[in-house]
Design a binder for this molecule. Structure first.
Ligand code: FES
Length: 182
């Protein structure tokens, strides 16, 4: 039996809310394809994430029950592997490169600037779900280091002040769109 209360506090940053039923339904569909074996845990998590965009609390608890594992073990695996997300994806993914060239040219300072400006930590999504923030290894544009990829668009030579500029251009674009629809 999964220890639901053990992870409830630890993962309260996941916001399943009213989506819980929908998450469970999709998780069930994934589980039907797998046997109740411990070695299926990572593939199950991968399939759930590809359907839901992240691993919500409801899904973790259901997987724990299905495999007969403690919920804390599921949570441990989800947080151990970078590929898994605990938060829903934002509309605009922000990926700060921390590969060698970007790291040498201040990638961590750029990451800090994004964290401050968006008010979230790495791996989180803004409350309005507009942006999510994460890091990547080299994206193949080292001559432009330090690099941030926003909406799959590579932004080179990013400094903390450019972070402001990139965000401002996003808000201006959004404002123009809103005006056009009035
Ligand atoms: S290390 Fe960042 S693009 Fe290569």
């Amino acid at each position: 039996m999964a220890d639901a209360s053990a992870i409830a506090g630890a993962i309260d940053s996941t916001r399943d809310g009213a989506d819980g039923g929908k998450f469970l339904e999709k998780t069930e569909r994934v589980l039907k394809r797998f046997g109740r074996k411990r070695e299926n845990l990572v593939p199950i998590l991968q399939h759930v994430q590809s359907r839901l965009g992240y691993i919500p609390r409801e899904a973790m608890l259901r997987i724990a029950d299905y495999l007969g594992l403690p919920a804390t073990e599921i949570y441990g695996v989800v947080t151990f592997y970078n590929q898994f997300r605990l938060n829903p994806p934002g509309k605009h993914p922000v990926r700060v490169c921390l590969g060698t060239a970007c790291h040498m040219k201040g990638g961590y300072i750029v990451l800090d600037a994004w964290k401050r400006r968006l008010g979230i930590k790495q791996g989180e999504t803004t409350p309005d779900r507009n942006f999510d923030l994460d890091t990547v290894a080299c994206v193949g544009c080292c001559s432009m280091a330090p690099v941030t990829v926003v909406d799959k668009r590579v932004q080179g030579n990013v400094s903390p002040t450019r972070v402001d500029g990139i965000l401002l251009s996003y808000f201006l674009k959004k404002g123009r769109k809103r005006n056009r629809t009035r």
